[in-house]
Every structure is written in structure tokens, then in C-alpha cells.
Ligand binder design. Structure first.
Ligand SMILES: Nc1ncnc2c1ncn2[C@@H]1O[C@H](COP(=O)(O)OP(=O)(O)OP(=O)(O)O)[C@@H](O)[C@H]1O
Ligand SMILES: [Mg+2]
Length: 401
């Protein structure tokens, strides 16, 4: 986190992107950086905590009062805004369409509305657009960008480019422009290639009347060029030394298994992946124990080991208790598998990619105070890879307290 940088937080749906992005914003502000957080659809309470309940087109300061109430330094310069994809898109159309009538035609066009309202990539594009806007104004030392839910993290980066390719496809231009000039639109649509373009457009935006698609392209000819130019600039920013990506994941087997492919894909695309956060890793007590000690097992988890023998015959007579012990034992096994998997993952990480591991916060991360508490796990001292590896080895060796 340095002055002038931008952090883009990626990850699969529900792993904690919004939470991590907000916490990183706080960490940045604590480092003395004037920080802007662009957040996407935060939970109601987090939205209130960040003071962004009212729709705002620009970042608003959390304010001294809110910071003070959460026990934070009231002079922190932390600003937040909720991404409003529709507003961002409309802003772009207004900017890039000089002709008033064309602008109104676009804004009222059913295909445009569908495209900006439904298409998953439209949110991604809007987030990047907001980022570019803030970055080029240069008002902030650090910008943290949360990203919309996506089935896979890379989708966020691909969707806008895919949209751009489609808007920019010679086929789309060829298909729709002649109609404007009084050409033979109906004949062209009969060709297989033309039907393919329409199908692709519909895949993005949902089925739409052909007339509204063609009207959109006609009205938006000038605008599309502006949008594409803008997208190219945004892409350049993403590939510049200013932008760094943070990938959030959890220690779940499937997620960690997918992560290396994603890391490789980012490297191939020349995107600067600077950190990986493994979120919701064990509980806070176990985390602290592992971070602070290189011996034994976290007491909470280790105590489960002795439970069955301590209770002895009682378990035979109390099936409910037996079920509880079984549940705890499965928690312990899962915990150790998570440790072993995360240790192996950490070891295989390419040089230059930092790793932070954050635990499940018992009381959740909804208010500002809890967010500040969560953010501490992103700061030093961290749970180090060596500690995890040592713990995994102790487990393998059957060490028990
Ligand atoms: N370390 C944590 N401990 C406890 N709760 C957490 C933690 N991280 C995230 N959560 C909670 O999990 C839920 C999902 O987190 P969050 O909204 O940050 O995920 P997301 O990746 O942004 O989801 P989406 O893909 O839907 O945008 C929230 O209720 C959040 O408070
Ligand atoms: Mg989110």
C-alpha cells in the first residue's frame, strides 16, 4: 500500500471481497493515506457503518463522528461510495454523446436498459469506470475497489473486454449501420454470422427486440467509440504499475485448488497480483495461537482430542452428547485439513505474492468497530507460512496435547 496506488479486490462470490476491501481501506487510512473505497452492494449494516446509505456519485467521508464512535482516530481520511452501475453507465453516455436527441434515445432504449441493468459485466465495467474516474482526478492517495459477485474471479476482468469486443465487432457495425443508412438490414440479419452477433448480444443483455438493438447501435455510434477509448485507458491503468490486485479466497479445498490457475492467468495477462487473502480461516483463538506459538496445538482444538476418552462410558448412555463430540471431532479434522492445505498452498505461491490469512470473526464483520478489529488481522504480526507448516507437520506426526 503506497501513495498513488489502486487495489482491486477480486474473488469468487461470497468469500469476503466487500469485507476485505473495506478493511483494506481502513488499513490504508491508518497508514496516513487519503483513501477512497468503492464498494459493491455491502450488507445493510456495513453500508450504514461506512455512511454510504444515501446514493452518492462520489466518495463521502466517513466523518469524525462515526470514526470516533467506533473508537477510531477521527482524523482518518477514509471516503466511501457504493457503486451505482446504472448511474455510472448513464454518466458515460452523457459524456460521450454530444447530440442531445441521440443521448435521450440511448438512455430510453430498452436494449441499453437491459444491458446496463442485467449483464453481469456491466457492473464490472461500471466499477472500472468509477476507478478510472477517481484515479484520473488524483484526489486520493489510495483507491480500493471492491468487485461485484462473480462465479469466478477472473470473470470480472474479462466481462468488460468481452463487451468491448462485441460493441467493437466489425460484424455488429456492419450489421446495424447500413440499416441507419437505409441499407438492407433484413437481408443481413438472415446470414448466420449476423444471427451469431445478435445471439451474443442477447446472451449479455437478455432477449431484446431487434429493433431496439439496432436503434441502440445507430444512436450510440459516436458513443461506442468514446466507450471503447475509455475502456482502453482503463485497461492500460489496470496493467500499469499503479494497479495491484488482491485475490480473496477461503481455505476450502475446491477454492484453493482453483487458485493456482487463476494466479497463472493473471500472470499471463500481465496483471499485478500483489496479495492473496485466505479469509475465514479457523477461529480467532486458533489463529492467535498458531501465529504466536510454534509448539503444540491451539488449545480449543487440542481439547477436542481428549474429549472422548475423558467422557468415557457416559457417551454410550447419552447419544446427544456423543453426536456433539462427533461434531467437534469433525471440526478438529477440518481445521487440520485447512491448516495442511493452506500451508502447502502458501509454500507454492510465486515470489512477490504476499499472503494474509484472516480468521472467522466470531461476532461477524458488520459494524465499523468489527471492521477495525478484522483489519488488525491484515496488519502485522501476520500468521506466517512457517508457523502453518510447522503446525501441519505436528499434526501429521500425530502430536497432541
Ligand atoms: N472473516 C470473517 N468473519 C466473519 N464473517 C465474515 C468474514 N468475512 C466475511 N464475513 C461475512 O460473510 C458475508 C459475506 O461477506 P462479503 O459480503 O464480504 O462477501 P463478498 O465476497 O463481497 O460477497 P459477494 O460476492 O456476494 O459480493 C458477510 O455477511 C460478511 O460480514
Ligand atoms: Mg460483495
Amino acid at each position: 500500500m503506497t501513495k498513488g496506488s489502486t487495489l482491486i479486490v477480486l474473488g469468487n462470490g461470497g468469500v469476503g471481497k466487500t469485507t476485505v476491501a473495506a478493511a483494506m481501506g481502513l488499513v490504508g487510512a491508518r497508514l496516513g493515506l487519503k483513501t477512497a473505497l468503492i464498494t459493491v452492494d455491502p450488507a445493510r449494516r456495513l453500508r450504514d457503518a461506512l455512511g454510504v446509505e444515501q446514493l452518492g456519485g462520489k466518495p463521502t467521508s466517513l466523518g469524525r463522528h462515526r470514526l470516533e464512535a467506533a473508537g477510531l482516530d477521527p482524523s482518518l481520511e477514509l471516503f466511501a461510495m457504493v457503486l451505482d452501475a446504472k448511474r455510472a453507465w448513464d454518466g458515460l453516455i452523457e459524456r460521450f454523446t454530444t447530440d442531445r436527441a441521440a443521448r435521450d434515445r440511448i438512455l430510453n432504449n430498452p436494449f441499453y436498459r437491459q444491458l446496463t441493468g442485467q449483464f453481469a459485466g456491466s457492473e464490472a465495467y461500471a466499477a472500472l469506470e468509477q476507478l478510472y474516474d477517481l484515479h484520473s482526478r488524483g484526489d486520493f492517495d489510495l483507491i480500493v475497489v471492491d468487485t461485484p459477485p462473480a462465479a469466478n474471479a477472473f470473470e470480472f476482468l474479462q466481462a468488460p473486454a468481452h463487451l468491448a469486443r462485441l460493441l467493437d465487432s466489425p460484424m455488429a457495425r456492419w450489421l446495424f449501420a447500413p440499416y441507419f443508412l437505409g441499407g438492407r438490414f433484413a437481408i443481413r440479419l438472415a446470414s448466420g454470422a449476423a444471427r451469431f452477433v445478435v445471439r451474443e448480444l442477447e446472451r449479455f443483455a437478455g432477449a431484446s427486440a431487434l429493433t431496439s438493438i439496432s436503434e441502440f447501435f445507430i444512436a450510440a455510434q459516436e458513443t461506442v467509440d468514446g466507450l471503447l477509448e475509455r475502456l482502453r485507458k482503463t485497461e492500460a491503468l489496470l496493467h500499469s504499475g499503479h494497479a495491484a490486485f488482491v485475490l480473496v479466497t477461503t481455505a476450502e479445498e475446491e477454492r484453493l485448488r482453483q487458485a493456482p490457475a487463476l494466479i497463472e492467468e493473471m500472470r499471463a495477462e500481465r496483471l499485478n497480483l500483489s496479495a492473496i487473502i485466505i479469509n475465514r480461516f479457523l477461529d480467532e483463538e486458533s489463529w492467535r495461537y498458531l501465529a504466536g506459538s510454534s509448539r503444540g496445538m491451539p488449545p480449543g482444538v487440542a481439547a477436542i482430542d481428549g474429549l472422548r476418552s475423558a467422557l468415557g462410558g457416559i457417551l454410550d448412555r447419552r447419544p446427544g452428547l456423543d453426536a456433539l463430540v462427533k461434531y467437534l471431532e469433525s471440526y478438529r479434522t477440518r481445521a487440520w485439513h485447512d491448516i495442511a492445505r493452506t500451508a502447502a498452498f502458501a509454500q507454492a505461491l510465486p515470489a512477490g505474492v504476499r499472503l494474509a490469512i484472516t480468521p472467522e470473526i466470531r461476532r461477524g464483520v458488520l459494524g465499523l468497530q468489527q471492521l477495525a478489529h478484522f483489519a488488525e488481522y491484515l496488519e502485522e504480526p501476520r500468521l506466517k507460512e512457517a508457523r502453518l507448516r510447522a503446525a501441519a507437520m505436528r499434526y501429521e506426526a500425530g502430536v497432541s496435547l
